[in-house]
Design a protein around this ligand. Structure first.
Ligand code: NAD
Length: 263
């Protein structure tokens, strides 16, 4: 972070408790850092013990090892957040996978389909179900569920279960946002465009044509930085977004608005 960026970071989340799933890497890690820098107590949840612990140590938070597909572990995660810090104000339900055996519908097997649905969609159902009762008792809370721009747009480079799972996250978030709006709880689906994660970099370094095929559709002409997605999460988590709920919150560099992109 540059000095200028550091100076401009606000402290909108002082005293709030945030649970971040998938906090060990990528968008989750960048978000754990951002929420902590804005003053939140951050509970870093990840199935990967080494990465999750490192994230929690870095942000001065608490690590909970959890497989987000397991109902009991997810309940224990939110209970730990409440028992440690006294509230559950923000749930960033973000852990997800995008495995190579999830591809065209013609070649994707039922096992791969089911695994992606479990990790990307069932997990969000479990996390929302566990977080909501705390937020109902508090009369406030912000839930941000990570969907994707592919929930809104079709791709010829299909990952069929991934896309369907993110469509589910989007519809579920909208419904919860509507259902709990009068209880002070906001629920939004975050829809990032492609993010410049280490995994993506490695994949595209090996196969530049694959990167070019995607980049041509992005008006901004580049992939997002994880910190840019984290900034949107911090906004949705804070009272600055107090009238935003049940939304499909796109952070996509203009992809979803584009027909012809600049040369
Ligand atoms: N990277 C992108 O271009 C992009 C674009 C749109 C949406 N997304 C979504 O953003 C989210 C985060 O993606 P990322 O790129 O930061 O991924 P990432 O692979 O860098 O990080 C995901 C984290 O989730 C954890 N995780 C995986 N399965 C888990 C499980 N069962 N229980 C608990 N933790 C688990 C991993 O250990 C990892 O630390 C995902 O939901 C992804 O679908 C990513």
């Amino acid at each position: 972070m540059t000095n200028q960026q550091e100076e401009s970071v606000c402290r909108r989340l002082v005293g709030r408790t945030a649970v971040v799933t998938g906090a060990g890497s990528g968008i989750g890690l960048a978000t754990a850092r951002r929420l902590a820098s804005e003053g939140a107590n951050v509970v870093c949840a990840d199935v990967d013990e080494t990465a999750g612990k490192a994230a929690a140590e870095e942000v001065g938070g608490t690590f909970v090892q959890v497989d987000v597909t397991d109902a009991e572990q997810v309940e224990a995660l939110f209970k730990t957040a409440f028992d440690t810090y006294g509230s559950v104000d923000i749930a960033f339900n973000n852990a997800g996978i995008s495995p190579p055996d999830d591809d065209s519908i013609l070649t994707t097997g039922l096992d791969a389909w089911r695994r992606v649905q479990e990790v990307n969609l069932t997990s969000v159902y479990l996390c929302c179900k566990a977080a909501l009762p705390y937020m109902q008792r508090q009369g406030k809370g912000s839930i941000i569920n990570t969907a994707s721009f592919v929930a809104k747009m079709g791709a010829a480079t299909s990952q069929i279960s991934y896309t369907a799972s993110k469509g589910g996250v989007l519809a579920m978030s909208r419904e919860l946002g509507v259902q709990f709006a009068r209880e002070g709880i906001r629920v939004n689906a975050l829809c990032p465009g492609p993010v410049n994660t280490p995994l993506l970099q490695e994949l595209f370094a090996k196969d530049p044509e694959r990167a070019a095929r995607r980049l041509v559709h992005i008006p901004a002409g580049r992939f997002a930085h994880a910190e840019e997605i984290a900034a949107a999460v911090a906004f949705l988590a804070s009272d600055d977004s107090s009238f935003i709920t049940a939304s499909d919150f796109l952070v996509d560099g203009g992809i979803s608005g584009a027909y012809v992109t600049p040369l």
